[in-house]
Design a protein around this ligand. Sequence first.
Ligand code: SF4
Ligand code: SF4
Length: 576
Amino acid sequence: MAATPSATARDLPRASEHRAGCGPEAGVPASPRSTRGRWRAAVLVAVHAVIAVRVAHWLATERTLSALEPSEAGHSLAQGVINAGLVFMVLLTLSTLVVGRFFCGWACHLVALQDGAAWLLGRLGLRPRPLRSRLLAWLPAVAALEMFVVPSVLRMVGDGPRPAWQWHLFTDDLWARFPDWPVALATFVVCGFVAVWLLGAKGFCTYACPYGAIFGLADRVAPGRIRVDADACEGCGHCTAVCTSNVVVHREVALFGQVTDPGCMKCMDCVSACPKDALSFGFGSLPPKRPADGRAKPARTFDFSWPEEFLLGSVSLASVWAFRGLYDQVPFLLSLALGGFAGLAAVLGLRLARRVELRFQRSVLVSNGRWTPRGGVAFVASCGFLLLAVHSALVRFSAIEGERLLRTAPGAEPQRTAAIESALVHLERARHLGLLVPKRLHNQLGQAYFGLGREQEAEADLRAAVEADPTMTVAREVLLELLVRQERLAQAAAVLWDQFEAAPPDAAQAAARAPLVVRLVQELPDAVEPRLCIARIQLALGDRDTAITNLERALERFPGEPRLVRLLDEARASEL
Ligand code: SF4
Ligand code: SF4
């Protein structure tokens, strides 16, 4: 049951914050402190210890639970695969339906990162205040739709293959879908420090996190909430002052007897900081739509006018598209944060150009119609970041359009050549404009050149692609075809063996490759790679005895050759 707010609480001024001075009068410290931070830190250490155990398990057994990150749920839905990430996400959502967003407050490393960033910035004298936007607050919901709903719908109504659902709870490649460490580091810096600095504490949770959107929705119907003992509450606002999720706790408990804001992460800081022990976590009825005494809920205030909101929202959305997957590197979460910053840069740039007086966070940017030094820096940074977003959009559009034209090139000539030439124009533009040439672009360029018979250029790009990613089978296949077509069989044998090393063939792939390998063995009697390839194929086809015999003979011809020795050991071990 929701408690009835006391007269003191009801009489609170509408937008009152922590009332300075009320603490000492009541015999409590003026700066409220929570003792729950240590507990949360301990829980987070435990969470990371579990992650370390999982990595150790994988290192020891080369197999462990498939990726647990909630982002894996979206990937899984698109592929029709039920992995550990999807199961974890469902369990978290179900738990949130009961106890609210405890996971966010106690076990999410991004929340820990933002809290740590806010603490560090505070030590540097930077105390960013939260920006309040109507439209940007919808970005997490849009991201959640894109991440979880769109893949499922496309899978149901799309033209592509629709394999039956499969379980994939274990993996032997733990790092398969993690970004490279520089990108991971950039994600932590941007989603933690920069988000907190520009958007305020929990800036990433409020304006970017797609999981937060789902958990926030579930939290609205959760019976587990922060509730108030209305008789004990004095309305001092210590709870609001300590809340890093920007919940106006004292006002909410005064009006509803409980915290209703779905941004509440149940961190319990307010419970800990309340000098009257008036707050607690408990189960009960959901909050009424309106305050119990019939008063209207105070209107929320925002930092942007409606035209600014539209500018912020549209630039943010477009920029998320521009940054997402850029150079095969930028993960979705990072693109959400970067998109939000681009929207903010657009609004800030506009305000700098038009305002006579302007502050951002706690800095004066324009005074008496003149830019301060910080204003100049802010303008250059805003314009620079917007230019980067536009540049990224051009690169990404060129790469996507080139890939589409290449993929949909018709089979009949001359339309096919025309389509590949158009694709090549876009792909080359992506190469020349881009700051990096990712392996996927190399692969597509190689295929386009190969399709046009420009084999020298094709080989250079295909080799760059397989060098960057030895498991890129498509590029390797085309490169192999090119080398065989040019009768460069020794190089073809080396490429084929590298492919088998990167990804051993299954029975069907082995059978398809067998004629080429037999030819390589016949025509290259002095090369070791064809012998390795034929043994690998025999192993894939289950003919271990012949593979072992062939490897032993090959070792007589090439004594001590390490690859032959290793494959022979593997063949003998597989026989046991
Ligand atoms: S709940 Fe506690 S900290 Fe919050 S306003 Fe009431 S007395 Fe103050
Ligand atoms: S309202 Fe209380 S429990 Fe919820 S996030 Fe704020 S401090 Fe934490």
